[in-house]
Design a protein around this ligand. Structure first.
Ligand code: PEP
Ligand code: CO
Length: 482
């Protein structure tokens, strides 16, 4: 007789003395122990929590939070479930995840051009990756809500002046000045509104013709066109256009094919600020499941992933696809417990592990973790963030990331998964569509001295458009080899 989970007939439960039944029940009780604990959108409150702002004016905070809780959600469960299905394919090797965007979105850099440039580069990277991997690419932005930043220090000191650290525009202001650095609850409202406007525009770009593969030739921006990457992209475009001409010669109008005319694009951010996230949790009436509706996907940062902490508690009750950063301090047993807490039913597509070790550490730490996850049969998407473990200070004091270190971590990530027999299913970048000078190296050979020319990030150094596309081509080649 086979019993499905939770469906033991009452009479057998009463016969609990039978060893076989007892065994089933113990295993099941263990499996469901986390789920069995009641979860509510606020059940994280009261647990140890890190990286949260403290507000002086609690009444103002409460009023803003109440207001946000009554606003429309930014995304809805049916879309969130679609992303989960796409990610299930990335877990089993049938798709590839591309997640990218700003380290920190800002109020100052919010405009049409920046968004359009960003989206264009995401599309270009997608095509380069699809072309190389022959697999669908699941596009997820670090955008439309990526505002709150965990910081390594609570304060910052410049020339004997010490002020609270900048924690992202959703909390305070980057200017090094006392009032600017005060936590302002009104920023929460403004961030929510900007996220909504951003998403609205990105949805229009994804569905309204801009993303049509027919327009692919128009995606090459002026500054990329003249670069080596731009030329490469143009070559690829002409191959794709030849395919279209052939298909049209067969009598099929490619404009009629929705998949070629529109793109699926999803949004994500670090679910750091739980007071904010809680206000946008909704219960799906159809299924009774709880969803964070501030984004399709949320991730837990490397600094807030402790098992007994508030973030893990909040995330475990959501039905969204979620991710967790995995840095060099992660232990094997800890990772398995974390996976089982966040994905107790071992569903593919639910959990993405974003490895962020650093080029010098990935060979030491990742193989054992990948092996253990595989041995234990846990279904996850393994993605690589080659940014956060490779941040250094350049001689002029600016934070930077050498392009070669980023590439080296990516290459090692793919090699490690190939030798462990697990699928390297995605990449996670901090990037922008603008021609910034924040990461050194790449085909443009940005030097330490060049960094100050166009250093615009509100937090960590991002790949510029050309470097992003260059990486997409290099990865695409590496994956072709596999
Ligand atoms: C981030 O992705 O912006 C971040 C802070 O990363 P991590 O948690 O991996 O340090
Ligand atoms: Co960052």
């Amino acid at each position: 007789m086979v019993y499905d989970s939770g469906a033991l007939p009452d009479d057998l439960v009463m016969l609990g003395k039978i060893p076989y039944v007892e065994k089933i029940m113990t295993a099941r009780a263990k499996e469901n122990s986390h789920q069995a604990k009641t979860w509510q959108p606020d059940s994280w409150q009261g647990l140890p929590i890190k990286q949260q702002p403290v507000y002086e004016d609690q009444a103002a905070l409460k009023s803003v939070l109440r207001d946000i809780s009554q606003q429309p959600p930014l995304v809805v469960p049916s879309e969130i479930r679609n992303l989960r299905k796409q990610l299930a394919k990335a877990a089993t090797g049938q798709a590839f995840l591309l997640q990218g965007g700003d380290c920190a979105e800002s109020f100052a850099e919010f405009n049409e051009k920046n968004l359009q440039d960003y989206f264009r580069v995401m599309l270009q990277m997608t095509v380069a990756l699809m072309y190389g991997t022959g697999k669908p690419v699941v596009k997820v932005g670090r955008v439309a809500g990526q505002f709150a930043k965990p910081r390594s220090a609570d304060t910052e000191t410049i020339d004997d002046v010490t002020l609270p650290s900048y924690r992202g525009d959703i909390i305070n202001n980057i200017d090094f000045e006392e009032t600017a650095r005060q936590n302002n609850p009104e920023n929460l409202r403004r961030a929510y509104q900007q996220a909504g406007q951003t998403l609205n525009y990105l949805r229009a770009l994804a569905k309204g013709g801009f993303s049509s593969l027919q327009n692919i030739g128009k995606w090459n921006d002026e500054f990329i066109r003249n670069s080596r990457q731009g030329k490469r992209f143009e070559e690829m475009v002409s191959h794709i256009n030849e395919c279209f001409s052939f298909i049209e010669a067969c009598g099929l109008d490619v404009r009629d094919v929705e998949k070629l005319r529109e793109a699926d694009f999803y949004i994500s951010h670090e679910g750091l600020l739980l007071d904010y996230e809680q206000q946008l949790v909704r219960r799906d009436e159809e299924t009774g499941e709880w969803y964070a509706c501030s984004a399709h996907m949320l991730w837990i940062g490397d600094r807030t992933r402790n098992l007994d902490g508030a973030h893990v508690e909040f995330f475990r009750g959501l039905s969204n696809p979620i991710a967790c950063k995995v840095g060099p301090s992660m232990q094997e047993d800890e990772l398995i417990t974390l996976i089982d807490t966040l994905n107790p039913n071992n569903e593919a597509g639910r959990l993405t592990l974003i490895s962020r070790m650093g080029a010098g550490k990935v060979a030491k730490h990742l193989p054992a973790l990948a092996r253990r996850v595989k041995q234990e049969g846990r279904n996850v998407v393994w993605s690589c963030d080659p940014m956060h473990g490779n941040t250094i200070k350049s001689p002029n004091g600016l934070k930077t990331r050498p392009f070669n270190d980023i590439l080296s971590e990516l290459r090692q990530f793919f090699d490690i998964h190939a030798s462990e027999g697990s699928y390297a299913g995605g990449i996670h970048f901090e990037m922008t569509g603008q021609d910034v000078t924040e990461c050194t190296g790449g085909a443009q050979a940005i030097s330490d001295a060049d960094l100050k020319n166009r250093y615009r990030t509100h937090c960590d150094p991002r790949l510029n458009a050309s470097q992003s596309l260059e990486l997409a081509f290099l990865i695409s080649e590496a994956l072709k080899g596999q």
